[in-house]
Design a protein around this ligand. Structure first.
Ligand SMILES: Nc1ncnc2c1ncn2[C@@H]1O[C@H](COP(=O)(O)OP(=O)(O)OP(=O)(O)O)[C@@H](O)[C@H]1O
Length: 483
């Protein structure tokens, strides 16, 4: 992992915006010379290494900025570049990105047309200070992340389950498509004190949704504390949730320990797998939720807490209430704001979006060229039922990117369960034609552009990017009711 892998999206949005404002192309390379972002022609080359001997590679080596025009005539600097013959750049300005004196990347602006070259020459004295500024902003972002990481490690020492990595609704894939309804509801209750109960199968994003509610709430400066009630042995769950006083039981810490509710004070507690809380503990949880106080195990004093509760489960709580394994009063206390995340097989139009997202992520993380799915693969993946939902789909993409030998991912790279006919595949009565599947895909691609802030609904830019005419774009938007 390079420094830049942590801020990929930030960097790309920077590049896009700078390019738009300047009317020039922008590209950014990481410390290994891999192109991590690019606009125009260089967008296609994201994930690929810059040519050996190139101008940008030289900047990475020397840590010195530079400016060059008419590469083909500039034999001295470009002579060793493996790309010289194909190079179409008429002007290039590159500036190193440092982090604490170490060169961790390079940012460049490029002109391909005589007009762009003219623009670059005309304002030549302004470019270096401008790029220096951008480079400092990127450095600042990296240092900020380091500081956050340090802080989170520190916090995690005291509060093992606490996490401070924010998640925003806009980051959730499907937020504007298959998950839209649930996100509209979730947004309405971010700042409410009412308990939210997130329902959904395993891997549908329940925890991610809970984190987004917390991150976008006024509690976001305080901890988000997650506890998986099914993963902790029954005997320990009470003290994990509510804490214990010193000497409460054999082997306990002399100074006692706060529970998750106390650690989440002023923030949010995420009670994952709440349906797995043992019956014996349910009255105590109910009391905490109603009275907003906790009594540590073995303690005598009552501690007041201000905690937002988000619970989640994949279990059929209503059935459990009927069977007597879940208390009815606790069920009503938890189920104030029910949010249901649909399984992936009920929102197949989102599958191409997840594929795109995870392919990009794992190609970069695994330092492979940007992998693409071969024709037919998307269809196959849309047809699969994904019992493990997004988690399984993410794992499948990670597997395929690992297996891919080049940039193309074919059936031979897929995990076995995707190859076996029958199991996990869509039922016959749900079958869709290839035309319908492609239409779903086309719709989701268009929708994604419209929710991407970098395009800010700029139809001309979107048409240009997709290499279709504006009128075709309008026709498609009408067809998919996206206007
Ligand atoms: N909308 C989404 N966009 C991007 N990634 C997602 C989304 N939803 C889930 N994921 C990813 O899928 C994985 C599973 O998500 P998460 O842990 O939130 O699911 P869960 O429903 O809480 O699972 P479980 O019930 O098994 O605990 C995570 O890696 C998460 O980042």
């Amino acid at each position: 992992m390079t420094e830049f892998s942590r801020i990929e999206e930030f960097i790309q949005s920077y590049a896009d915006n700078i390019a738009k404002v300047l009317g020039l192309d922008v590209t950014i390379l990481d410390e290994q010379g891999i192109r991590v972002s690019g606009t125009g022609y260089y967008q296609e080359l994201i994930g690929l290494p810059a040519p050996e001997g190139s101008f940008f590679r030289m900047i990475l080596q020397t840590g010195q900025p530079g400016m060059m025009f008419d590469m083909k005539k500039n034999e001295a600097q470009c002579m060793n570049c493996k790309f010289l013959l194909q190079c179409r750049e008429l002007g290039t300005i590159g500036f190193p990105v440092h982090k604490r004196e170490k060169t961790v990347g390079v940012i460049g602006i490029i002109g391909f047309s005589p007009e762009q070259k003219e623009k670059m020459l005309h304002h030549s004295e302004k470019w270096m200070p401008f790029l220096q500024h951008i480079s400092s902003l990127i450095e600042h972002k990296l240092l900020e992340l380091d500081a956050e990481l340090e802080k989170s490690c520190h916090i995690q020492e005291e509060k093992p389950e606490a996490s401070i990595a924010p998640v925003y609704f806009a980051q959730l894939i499907g937020a504007e498509t298959g998950m839209r309804d649930v996100i509209v509801k979730a947004k309405k209750v971010t700042n409410s004190i009412s308990t939210v109960l997130v329902r959904g199968e395993s891997g549908t994003g329940k925890e991610l949704l809970a984190r987004a509610i917390h991150s976008e709430s006024t509690r976001s400066r305080y901890p988000f504390v997650a506890i998986n009630c099914a993963a902790i042995p029954e005997t320990l769950l009470e003290s994990e949730l509510f804490g214990y006083e010193g000497g409460a039981f054999t082997g306990s810490r002399r100074e006692g320990k706060p529970g998750k509710f106390e650690l989440a004070h002023k923030g949010t507690i995420f009670l994952d797998e709440v349906g797995d809380i043992p019956l014996a503990l349910q009255p105590k949880l109910l009391r905490v939720l109603q009275e907003k106080t906790v009594d540590r195990v073995g303690g005598v004093k009552t501690i007041g807490i201000d905690v937002r509760v988000i619970a989640a489960t994949h279990r059929d709580l209503e059935q459990m209430v009927k069977e007597g394994t879940f208390r009815e009063d606790l069920y009503y206390r938890l189920n104030v704001i029910p949010l249901r995340l649909r399984p992936l097989r009920e929102r197949r139009q989102d599958i191409p979006l997840y594929l795109q997202h995870f392919l990009h992520r794992y190609s970069t993380l695994l330092q492979k060229n940007r992998c693409q799915l071969e024709a037919g693969m998307v269809e196959r993946l849309i047809e699969y039922d994904w019992p493990g939902n997004i988690r399984q789909l993410e794992n499948a993409v990670e597997y395929m990117v690992n297996m891919a030998e080049g940039e193309r991912i074919g059936l031979e790279d897929a995990p076995d369960y995707l190859l076996s006919e029958g199991e996990g595949k869509r039922n016959a009565h749900q079958a869709q034609s290839l035309e319908q599947l492609l239409a779903e895909y086309e719709r989701s691609v268009l929708q994604r552009y419209f929710t991407d802030h970098a395009y800010a609904q700029d139809k001309a830019a979107i048409a240009n990017e997709l290499q279709i005419s504006l009128s075709t774009l309008y026709r498609k938007l009408e067809k998919y009711e996206l206007v």
